[in-house]
Design a protein around this ligand. Structure first.
Ligand SMILES: [Cu+2]
Length: 468
């Protein structure tokens, strides 16, 4: 059963919206890509019965999947036709501060804003875009504002494989089919604030339980984005082992075979699904129970397994599997001996280092080009997915256990009463960058801080001044 009015959302493929042109300079040609996005209230049928008043980009839910190439010069012409201020945050992309779409650059109702950035070499991967206005991120994403960004490399080692985009998000509806957003002081509102808002209906690309077709023997590349406010997905495809090939910032060096993969909020995974079943088989991609909660507010249904989508084998005879390259791409090492500082971040419920977000405070000041280690300690009995804007990092260890392989990340899930360390280099772009818990209710209530990256010529005076 497909509940969305679009019949085959998984087959739509990727759309490149707006006008696209290529400069014809003989050398150093940079492709110029222009995209037009408008956020506006829209009525769409999401669940059986009356249509739901939501917010969309270009009338679509989710927003159009944008596809760029490394090296592209991108301009996104954005128009806010919502009744409230918003921004577009380009989650995971390394770009100028003024194009980050953080709460520092709100776009008022009726106004336009151009996000201008170059897609950096080596950043091919799966990203996403969503609003990031002060205090209203959770609300606007719950209303429907999110979409995928795919960055392709010229020398993609997996380009022969058929590809599926899987944007997962949950939601909750009131009796009249409006989005269920309880008052903050109601019992449901308090639980949402504690756990992060979860919904009982899980959408994949805007549809409930869509179907992906596969031919026996075929190897498919799946790009999975967790666009949920708080729900964590522990993905499993019964009878199939999965090849985990990439994370937030793109491919690993080598594929890793796994039985299941945990995708925390705002994280992405790239995986290869091998059609090892028989023609006509049907299996269901499931989210297995994942206990991220404190016992007091853990939902009664936390241990239910949820069905996300059906994988339907065609009746065609099997094909020979496409081989998976042994080396996917080199992932350069961020050298820990180059680290000039260690930043300790202590997470308590709703706070980082005992403080709530303040726009007028800089929590970490660092020099442009510096390499630093962040140590995130979670004192709370629930997981907090920690996100840093602007810069991809490499996780060094979790709970003291070294990461088994190198990966570019922009979110690390810090488990309850656990810790994680990552290394990051503040390359290229000075500015004020948010770091925060990506449980949207926590972020909106102030579980966020500011990293200011300062150019060398300004650095000494300002960093000294701040430490007084
Ligand atoms: Cu949190």
């Amino acid at each position: 059963m497909v509940l969305n009015r679009r019949a085959t959302p998984l087959r739509r493929g990727l759309v490149l919206v707006g006008f696209l042109s290529m400069w014809t300079l003989p050398a150093l040609a940079q492709r110029r890509v222009e995209v037009t996005l408008t956020a506006a209230p829209t009525r769409l049928s999401l669940v059986p019965g009356a249509p739901t008043e939501i917010f969309t980009y270009n009338g679509q839910f989710p927003g159009p999947a944008l596809e760029f190439r490394e090296g592209d010069r991108v301009t996104v012409h954005f128009r806010n036709d919502l009744p409230e201020p918003t921004t577009i945050h380009w989650h995971g992309l390394h770009l100028p501060f003024t194009s980050d779409g953080s709460p520092f650059h709100p776009v008022a109702p009726g106004e336009t804003y151009d996000y201008v950035f170059t897609i950096q070499p080596g950043t091919a991967g799966t990203y996403w875009y969503h609003p990031h206005p002060h205090h209203r991120t959770g609300y606007q994403i719950a209303k429907g504002l999110y979409g995928a960004v795919i960055v392709r490399a010229a020398d993609d080692p997996l380009k022969k494989l058929p590809e599926k985009l899987i944007v997962i998000s949950d939601n909750r509806f009131a009796a009249d089919n409006s989005i269920d957003l309880p008052a903050s002081l109601s019992e449901a509102g308090i639980v949402d604030r504690e756990n992060g808002r979860e919904g009982d209906i899980v959408f994949v690309n805007g549809a409930v339980m869509p179907t992906i077709r596969i031919r026996a023997g075929e190897v498919q590349r799946w790009r999975v984005i967790n666009a949920s406010a708080a729900r964590v997905y522990r993905l499993s495809l019964p009878g199939h082992k999965l090849l985990h090939v990439g994370s937030d910032g793109g491919l690993f060096e080598r594929a890793v075979e796994v039985d299941e993969i945990v995708v925390a909020n705002a994280e992405r995974v790239e995986l290869l699904v091998r059609g090892t079943g028989s023609p006509g088989d049907r299996v269901v991609l499931q989210a297995l129970p994942y206990d991220r909660y404190i016992p007091q507010t853990r939902p009664q249904t936390w241990n239910h397994t949820r069905d996300l989508l059906a994988l339907q084998y065609t009746k065609q005879r099997p094909v020979t599997a496409e081989p998976v390259p042994a080396l996917l791409r080199p992932v350069p090492v961020l050298d820990t001996t180059l680290s000039s500082a260690t930043r300790l971040m202590v997470l308590t419920q709703g706070m980082i280092n005992g403080q709530m977000m303040d726009h007028n405070r800089v929590d970490v000041a660092a020099k442009l080009g510096a390499t630093e280690i962040w140590e995130v300690e979670n004192l709370v009995g629930m997981d907090h997915p920690f996100h840093l804007h602007g810069f991809q990092f490499q996780v060094l260890d979790r709970n003291g256990v070294p990461e088994p392989f190198r990966a570019w990340k922009d979110v690390v899930n810090v488990p309850k009463h656990g810790s994680a360390r990552f290394i990051v280099r503040y390359a290229t772009f000075p500015g004020k960058w948010m770091f925060h818990c990506h449980i949207l209710d926590h972020e909106d209530h102030g579980m966020m801080g500011i990293l200011e990256v300062i150019e060398e010529r300004n650095a000494e005076a300002r960093i000294t001044k701040r430490s007084k």
